[in-house]
Design a protein around this ligand. Structure first.
Ligand SMILES: NC(=O)c1ccc[n+]([C@@H]2O[C@H](COP(=O)([O-])OP(=O)(O)OC[C@H]3O[C@@H](n4cnc5c(N)ncnc54)[C@H](O)[C@@H]3O)[C@@H](O)[C@H]2O)c1
Length: 380
């Protein structure tokens, strides 16, 4: 088994998810490459013990990302830091020749993403990908197989999104994800949007235009120190786009929703594709239920298919068992290290977001901001 030595920069929520996935690599069968975390970097020293207690291969612990990038042992990095730091640290990693798994939105705004893209152009040997795990749910993989087979007939419409509700609580203290200076002007689109774009972009469904309706619902929040401060990030975003289906040359509407305030929804991805031959709908609320309607004339009926653990990367888990969030993280990481070792994903829809796809999301979200301002449809 080939080993790729990783450094983690930003060891918070997502850094730990990667670390945990790397610790259960034995869960995967038939993969010939594994990540090993040898270096970590975070400004918060309180997090170090969790890592060093569980990962004996860690030989460098630092609060200076430049020291980690100067470490010749480190071949690849996972950078999971607030959005205002993406450009600086991603570019430094690329300049240092380290392969990069970056987090979305891959730059706090379009100029930041432009700079990351320019750094990648200067270093073509670096493999960079952006994190997004939703396509790795087995039901989504089945939807992707249908896209691959052009099975939908003429696409009537597509709806994708990512819904949260924790911000419905107006008493929840503000954190960096609700502050423009750290999270960016995109607000919820920057946080949740890449997930909802991943499969449509991979399918070649590029928006020709966008009309966006963005909502700032909770305008101020406690700061956790007894004060109330403005909360200026967009809470919810609904984007209406026109897309041309490359399979048929016909246009269809795509509605993308990213919401932090969607009552009742904890952390749910969904996808719905309606076609003249086949329609499908899925939400991670019931992650193992895929609904399908096949139309061959006559009566129309939705049927429910229960998916199990039929994953892109095979695991020790039996096919009948349910799949969850941490499984999707493991699959996504399997995809990244597989691509690092073999130069391409095992299949089209089991690949991580490419920099070009991340860049496209920036074009979309930047146009969405413009649309909100002008109250008009913006061409892309
Ligand atoms: N793919 C997903 O499902 C998913 C989910 C949540 C967040 N994210 C993304 O992951 C990234 C990180 O989010 P998170 O939820 O892990 O945040 P977090 O706040 O839990 O972790 C960020 C970490 O970065 C550290 N940090 C800040 N400045 C640093 C610096 N200069 N050098 C080194 N470390 C520094 C912080 O101390 C913190 O530990 C963001 O881009 C976010 O959008 C992705």
């Amino acid at each position: 088994m080939k080993t790729i030595r990783f450094g983690v920069i930003g060891c918070g929520l997502m850094g730990r998810e990667f670390a945990s996935a790397s610790a259960r690599w034995c869960h995967l069968t038939g993969i010939d490459v594994r990540p090993e975390i040898v270096a970590i970097c975070d400004k918060n020293r309180a997090i170090y013990d969790w890592y060093t207690a569980s990962f004996p291969a860690i030989r460098q612990v630092t609060d200076d990302y430049r020291a980690l990038l100067a470490n010749p042992e480190v071949e690849a990095v996972y950078v999971a830091v607030p959005h205002n730091l993406h450009q600086e640290i991603y570019c430094a990693a690329i300049e240092a020749g380290k392969h990069l798994m970056g987090e979305k939105p891959f730059g706090i705004d379009k100029p930041a993403c432009d700079a990351i893209m320019a750094a990648l152009k200067r270093h073509p040997a670096v493999l960079a990908r952006c994190s997004s795990e939703s396509p790795f749910f087995p039901a989504m993989q089945k939807i992707c197989d249908l896209i691959e087979r052009e099975a939908f007939g003429r696409i009537i419409e597509v709806n994708t999104g990512f819904l949260h509700s924790s911000d419905l609580d107006a008493g929840k203290p503000i954190n960096w994800k609700r502050m423009i200076q750290f999270n960016g002007e995109y607000g919820v689109m920057g946080d949740l949007g890449m997930h909802a774009c991943h499969v449509p972009f991979r399918a070649g469904w590029f928006p020709r235009n966008v009309r966006a309706i963005l909502s700032d619902i909770v305008k101020e929040r406690p700061d956790g120190k007894g004060n109330t401060v403005p909360c200026l990030t967009w809470d919810n975003a609904t984007l209406f786009s026109e897309v041309t289906d490359p399979a048929t040359g016909e246009p269809f509407p795509w509605t993308l929703k990213t919401q932090r305030i969607s009552p009742g929804q904890r952390n749910n991805w969904y996808a719905e594709i309606l076609g003249t031959r086949i329609s499908v709908r899925w939400s991670s609320v019931q992650a193992d239920v895929l609904e399908i309607l096949e139309y061959m004339g006559g009566e129309q009926a939705w049927r429910q298919l229960q998916t199990g653990h039929e994953t892109a990367f095979k695991t020790i888990t039996g096919d009948i068992f349910q799949f969850g969030f941490s499984d999707s993280i493991l699959q996504m990481w399997a995809s990244f290290v597989h691509e690092l070792a073999h130069g391409k994903p095992i299949k089209r829809f089991a690949g991580c977001v490419t920099p070009d796809e991340a860049f496209l999301s920036h074009r979309l979200f930047t146009a969405a901001l413009e649309s909100q301002k002008s109250q008009a449809t913006v061409a892309l």
